[in-house]
Design a protein around this ligand. Structure first.
Ligand code: PLP
Length: 436
């Protein structure tokens, strides 16, 4: 599979190059330039198929010439010691739980595969540095995904005021690990600028093989398509008719991965783009003018986004086939009260605790079903965050106390950075040269 920029000014690149470059230099985003039909594979898998098995089967087909089946099996086994979990609620609704990973959000699925596939693709290299600007949660997610990956030193730049949480200090470089958390005296923008400047310092970047990892890296989006296929494999025998997915959407990476799954042949009728009060992007989806508004704080904070960072990727689908897109993505907006009500409903009716993001998706799915009144429909609701991550909201809505499970306990623990530096390229490069 080849990748191109949404601005299409650069030649096509391989998956490996797209992942290593993270962003094309023309200011666009990488998108697949060709589509591969996976139906002959996943349509014939049964409910007994494990997640690593599915990944090990479809990944080498997508990445032919770059990842052979043996490598893919190694990547799949080493990325996924956690699985998506499908629970059917009733005839019309199921939940796809995506928060079983090490930091309790669906982002663990993309990050884990990204780290494992990089380790595999770079195994004949002397070593690489993964440089990223992060905040608390994204730092924890990357730290867990990249820890222990051979040859991949992982440098994370945290802005001032953002504690370093969720990473065991045993992972840090001075304790024998491969993780280097650095506090930058500046903002997240400063951190992002430093990442760009370091990569643009070609001699330095090439000497140390520096690459970047963030949530819009194609190495994270592609593997997110796998859990849509997996959910289908699990439910297909019980499907009465049309299949929909309801997805809590902030930067739209999750939903775009679902659209990739559709391109790979997933027989799906549509995707519900479940937003909270930050919903101006719904206008774009409806074919109207998109006028971004300032973000308002809600009780589903991961969806508090004004302009989705995947906007260019998302709109590339609309450039290609607007008449199709209008009938495949359905925007919904759920306010804070309805979010709490959906949490209460899920608890009372199904004995299920949902985090507010999953609740936004459930509320949107129920509204969609009630409008459509098509009793043949089945909607899979993606729950993206562990309820304990939003314990106060969960308790307010359901009266239930949720405690952080053992595996997530680390998320609350703050650690000291390896260094604190001023937001200048010289300071960062000097520090890196000293560390390596
Ligand atoms: C990041 C995140 C989302 C939003 O996902 P996007 O891919 O940005 O749309 C939803 N829920 C949780 C819990 C998240 O962490």
């Amino acid at each position: 599979m080849q990748f191109r920029s949404t601005k299409s000014k650069e030649p096509e690149v391989s998956f490996k190059d797209a992942v290593l470059r993270c962003l094309p230099s023309d200011g666009g985003l990488y998108v697949p330039s060709n589509v591969i039909d996976l139906r002959q594979f996943f349509l014939y898998m049964d409910e007994g198929t494990s997640y690593p098995e599915l990944v090990a089967t479809v990944a080498p087909v997508l990445l032919q010439g770059e990842l052979n089946p043996f490598s893919a099996a190694r990547v799949a086994e080493s990325s996924f010691d956690f699985e998506p979990e499908l629970t059917q609620l009733d005839e019309n609704f199921s939940i796809l739980n995506l928060y079983n990973g090490p930091t309790g959000t669906f982002k663990d699925f993309g990050a884990s595969f990204h780290a494992a596939v990089l380790e595999e693709l770079l195994k004949n290299y002397p070593g690489a540095i993964i440089l990223s600007a992060v905040r608390g949660d994204s730092g924890a997610c990357l730290g867990r995904a990249f820890y222990g990956r051979r040859g991949l030193t992982t440098v994370m730049l945290f802005p001032s005021g953002q504690p370093i949480r969720g990473i065991d200090p045993a992972f840090f470089i001075h304790n024998g690990g491969n993780i280097i958390p650095i506090q930058i005296r500046g903002s997240l923008d400063d951190c992002q600028r430093l990442v760009k400047e370091t990569i643009n310092d070609r001699p330095f970047a090439e000497r140390h093989c520096i690459t970047s990892a963030n949530a819009i890296n194609p190495g994270r989006l592609l593997p997110q398509a796998f859990y849509y296929l997996y959910a289908f494999v699990k439910i297909k025998k019980r499907l009465p008719g049309g299949l929909f997915f309801s997805i809590p959407s902030g930067n739209f990476g999750n939903l775009i991965s679902g659209l990739y799954a559709w391109k790979f042949g997933l027989p799906v009728n549509g995707f519900i783009a479940a937003m909270n009060a930050n919903n101006p992007f719904g206008d774009f989806i409806r074919g109207r003018e998109f006028k971004p508004r300032p973000v308002v704080a809600t009780n589903s904070p991961a969806l508090d986004v004004s302009v989705p960072s995947n906007f260019a990727r998302f709109s590339s689908f609309y450039d290609e086939a607007p008449a199709v897109m209008r009938n495949i993505v359905f925007p919904a907006s759920i306010n804070d009260t309805a979010t709490l009500k959906a949490m209460e409903f899920a608890w009372k009716k199904y004995g299920m605790l949902l985090d507010p993001h999953g609740a936004v998706a459930l509320a949107a799915a129920r509204d969609f079903f009630n409008q459509d009144k098509n009793s043949n429909e089945h909607i899979i609701v993606l729950t993206t965050g562990h309820p304990a991550r939003e314990a106060a909201t969960v308790e307010a809505a359901t009266g239930q106390k949720v405690s952080l499970p053992e595996r997530l306990a680390l998320l609350e623990k703050e650690e000291e950075p390896v260094a604190v530096i001023d937001p200048y390229l010289g300071a960062l490069e000097g520090l890196l040269t000293g560390c390596l």
